[in-house]
Design a protein around this ligand. Structure first.
Ligand code: PLP
Length: 401
């Protein structure tokens, strides 16, 4: 271990709450798909935050907007009208091709989900005049760490020691439409799900299951909420994950890549459901501040101008083919290669920590989730050569196993 790394690690242990299991890597700068350590280490970043820096690290155009806007206006209260918010809202809503017409801005994925949950509840109670009810979520979901979203997440490991869990959620097993249908009662108000579960190891819904979830929502009069925090912003090969399944949710939440690394989140919905919020129903101090939304608008502009959804679909497909070829070459090592666009899970047939560490030693940063899944969420601008180099490093490690 380098001395600079050890110094940083020891200092952090004294100063920060121990909430994060860190990788043995310190980062001091980045550019595009590269990250650099304090002792001159260079890494190919296949993680992008966790699906955050979709336009690459320290993108020049984004840096320019940050500098200009920082000299013009950074923040005023949401008591004031701000055109930056409106420009961003227009551009962001435009990516839904008319499905959504209203936005609420906040600061993170969990907060975007809180807004989705709150508007679903308030719309049901105050507009539809129904009593308070439950939202159904799916097993292995990940919706965030606030008390509400961690209850929606429903996984014991994230709830441990935080009792009492917030009420209002019921969880059903992922992938079984029959069990979902059976779980709906007159007390159910909505279904909330990820169309590709990210933290659970990049697990895409089948088309049939996705269609069934939407059908059940429509037939039973439930709001259909899709958590696009990880799948959104061109990650999965279309602007939004739900578009890859041709779905029409009533509400989506988004964050992560929305401002390429600055804390921005959004909840998008239609005119009807937006009636659930009135002045005073919901708010946040920093939500949609001028600096953040100026950056957000530029992100949408670049994604559309550079056709990054299409690139994500094409390069993702190409990368999956490379990994499939490795799976064929070394039978019994890779159990499955899954995902959509540049949201890729390489599922190993054995605990993958050693391979993950080997990749890190060779200078490739990816994420290990569920013990066996190498999760890749590279910048949508990543050069194909970087993915090819990663494939060759993986090939080498599996050959020597
Ligand atoms: C699908 C999904 N929803 C919500 C969240 C929570 O987002 P945040 O960490 O910004 O609160 C995440 C974070 O990984 C996520 O992947």
């Amino acid at each position: 271990m380098s001395s600079a790394f050890t110094r940083i690690k020891e200092k952090e242990e004294k100063l920060l709450c121990r909430t994060y299991g860190r990788y043995p890597v310190a980062v001091c700068s980045g550019k595009g798909s590269r990250l650099y350590g304090p002792d001159g280490e260079e890494y190919v970043d296949l993680l992008s935050g966790i699906a955050v820096t979709n336009l690459g690290h320290c993108n020049e155009e984004i840096a320019e907007v940050i500098c200009q806007q920082a000299r013009k206006l950074v923040h005023v209260s949401n008591l004031f009208y701000q055109e930056e918010q409106l420009d961003f809202a227009e551009k962001l809503l435009g990516t839904s091709n008319g499905l959504f017409s209203k936005a609420f801005f906040c600061n993170s994925g969990a907060e975007a989900n809180e807004a989705a949950i709150k508007i679903a509840r308030r719309y049901t109670q105050r507009v539809k005049g129904r009593p308070a009810g439950e939202i159904i979520t799916l097993s292995n979901a990940f919706h965030g760490r606030t008390l509400g979203t961690v209850a929606a997440t429903g996984q014991q490991k994230f709830l441990d020691g935080f009792d009492p869990a917030a009420p209002g959620f019921r969880q059903v097993p992922w992938g079984d439409a029959g069990l979902l249908e059976e779980a709906v009662t007159e007390n159910t108000i909505a279904v909330m799900c990820e169309v590709i579960q990210g933290e659970a190891g990049v697990r895409p819904m089948s088309q049939a299951y996705a269609d069934a979830v939407q059908r059940i929502c429509r037939e039973k009069g439930l709001l259909f909420i899709v958590d696009e925090v990880q799948t959104g912003n061109c990650r999965a090969g279309r602007y939004w994950g739900y578009q890859t399944y041709n779905l029409q949710p009533d509400i989506i939440s988004t964050s992560k890549a929305l401002a390429n690394g600055l804390p921005l989140g959004a909840m998008l919905t239609n005119d009807e459901v937006s009636k659930g919020f009135v002045p005073g129903s919901h708010a946040t101090t920093f939500g949609g501040g001028a600096l953040l939304t100026a950056v957000g608008a530029k992100v949408v502009e670049i994604m559309q101008r550079d056709r990054l959804a299409e690139r994500s679909a094409q390069v993702g497909e190409w990368a999956r083919q490379q990994f499939e070829a490795i799976a064929q070459k070394y039978p019994g090592t890779i159990a499955e290669v899954r995902g959509k666009g540049l949201m890729i899970g390489i599922v190993l047939a054995f605990p993958a920590r050693e391979i993950w560490e080997g990749l890190l030693k060779k200078g490739f940063i990816c994420n290990l989730t569920q013990d066996v899944v190498l999760r890749l969420l590279p910048a949508l601008t990543i050069p194909k050569e970087d993915l090819a180099a990663f494939a060759s490093a993986l090939d080498d490690l599996l050959a020597r196993r």
